[in-house]
Design a protein around this ligand. Sequence first.
Ligand code: BTN
Length: 267
Amino acid sequence: MFNKHIYDRLLSTRELGRDLVLLEEVGSTNDWIAQNLGGPGAARLVAVAHRQTAGRGRRGREWVSPPDENLAFSVACRIPAALGAPSPITLVAGVALAEAIADATDAEARLKYPNDVIIGGKKAAGILAELKKTDEAAWAVIGAGVNVNTRAESFPAELRETATSITIETGEPAASEAILAMFLNRLEAWLDGAAKDGVTGAVKRFGELSIPFIGREVTITGAGGERSGVARGIDHDGGLMVEVDAGMVEKFFSGEVTFHQGRESRV
Ligand code: BTN
């Protein structure tokens, strides 16, 4: 069971995550946070679910998260105007989560564009960032599912080749409270930095933490179908630049990225 006292002791934010709501059962924590955006103190809320009955992944997929083994939570943050549109906040969230996992555990956490956390070449956490507007502000609802203490047999057979957990990779149990508090500490610091100086620092950090992808063959699967090419880097606005034809570079802000060569990642 999530221990609020441990979490409170480790949280050092000004605002993010100051009001923690523990939900025994909820459809999706992203929806719960979105429904509470209009209220006062929305920017202080973080919702942690023991069990989600309709957890959602990116691209409309289902997100299955065994209770007591995984961490599922959502938080809302106002999008700093300096981040522009389309917002690279999803990259910033990935950076904060990879850093938090490295802070709180012995796992070597890396990123796969845009924000899957990869440990030992397999996916250990995913982020669903959804943009919402209220009269007061533009918000990003950031939901993350972290495979913290998941046992190998808890993964459905079809995911065992590509999914892992922190405990599988480190051989030790990990504390969800520490991962969440450290994620929020890191996220607030990155967002403050981005509001002041823009997103260049976060994009650079993303490059340092991500599995090597420059020069690799990629396929981007999005709403409009598939596009393949060679990854050339991340632009200053967080877009993935892909050379789709000799000398012709297109920028992608969403979609599923698959890498075709190299052994750094199996996902
Ligand atoms: C992905 O990698 O596809 C993103 C997974 C995001 C899952 C989390 S669990 C908490 C929050 N609530 C949801 O319904 N989804 C996110």
